[in-house]
Design a protein around this ligand. Sequence first.
Ligand code: ADP
Length: 524
Amino acid sequence: GIVLDLRHQLYSHLERLPTSFFDQMETGDLVQRCSSDVETIRVFLASQVVEIGRVSLFLMVAIPLMLLEDVRMTLVSLVIVPVIIGFAIVFFRRVRSLFEQIDEAEGRLTTVIQENLTGVRVVRAFGQQEYEIEKFMQRNGDFRDLEYELFRALSNYWSVSDVLCLSQLGVILIGGGYFVLQGGMSVGSWVMFFWLLKMIIWPIRHFGRVLADSGKATVAIGRVQEILDQQVEEAAEAEKLAADLKLDQATRPKQGAMGPLTGDIVAKQLSFSYRDGTEALSKLDLHIPYGETVAILGPPGAGKSTLVNLLVRLYEYGQGSLRIGKQEVSSISRERLRFAFGLVSQDPFLYSTTVAKNLLVGDSEASQADLEEVTRAAAVHDNIRQFDAGFETSVGERGITLSGGQRQRLAIARAFLKQPSFLVLDDSLSAVDTRTETLILDSLAKRKGKQTTILITHRLSSTRLADRIFVIDEGTLKQQGTHQELVAQPGYYRRLWEIQNALENQISGDLEKDAVSGTAAEML
Ligand code: ADP
């Protein structure tokens, strides 16, 4: 029961931790903490706690019996026992760090396995198998070496403690024999002392094992505790709210004002750095009126996704202001914010379940007709119909493998189904062909005005829909305006536009030439 609760508590805690926590942790290490560390705690509770009870009971019965019989002989019988216990304590204190190292080494091993399974295609595509096998062997070897070191230390411990225990029995034989010969003790008492000591000495020796396991368990509890000590998002939120309450009454969320979240998105002098010090946004100013469709353009690493991360509070910004309507984003509850946003990322995540269930994540109460409608709008309906089981086809590990574009379109359909106030497509059309892109853009055009749509994109074709285009570079706003306004002024947008035009001209020129030589069809 205790372990069940612990696992449950650990997992629900993990689900509520801020995203930045996962940036600095390795997945393998986390899996290790949730599985094998919890198992260590279970073994300790299940066997050693019982053992502690048993040893204590033996001692509580045997020692008074001995004392009643003969105090002098009792002292002789227990003379080496403090040495045995002292030796166990000193020894297990010294191997404690070894237990920690082994745990960490096992975590590193799990990480290699997990990374390799997740990135199996990349590993193969780049012919990295040998390198990865080598890496695994190295970590496997390190793990073995540490375990070996531990077992050597343990074998030394057991043999020395064996000698100590047997010596104690020897002391009884010799000391008791002496007392009997002196006439101070009966043979019966001598035998009784021998048997009583035999009964307690091995459990006492086992005390070392209990200490060993408690050392291991302490390390495991420490590692589990480290996760449990991390502040969950809501707790951080509650604290921040309390602080805001003192600092700024105006930004406090109004109780009861819970309707759907709508309003202009306004960033003012917004700056943000990730924990590792990377400055992703630097004094960004931006105004997205509610209901508009806007495009955010910029080179990779410009800070586009970071802005979205801040909007849904995956990360907390420190400087500047980011508002939706009149409210500061940091004072809107995460639940409410995330409910209002439909987010499609570049590499969307789908669960290993059916197409329908993946879509229903957007709205669990949607009907079949709704599913049909949104998948049509996201130009993925025909694909689904072609799957053997239609909407009931499993995707992912135990089902069919979808292409990048199909995944993106399913994710778009899922976001449509949610009917969010703010729809964000973060480079989500990168893996679809131009014709499909046009279909999806048409669907977006039909939904124009119903929600704010933010298109993060590299392709100029997607910007044709936009009422307004923002060009971001190095975390700050460089240009904004409509397509016409932006091509009229020098800058990133015009350069992109010129390159794209030049490319299109070149392609159509090549096609014409090839048409003459009759190879155009082949080229197409
Ligand atoms: P874009 O979406 O425009 O390609 P991002 O917002 O993803 O750019 O990234 C902006 C900068 O922040 C980049 O320098 C990137 O390396 C960095 N960055 C993004 N995510 C993280 C993260 N989780 N931890 C640390 N740095 C990050």
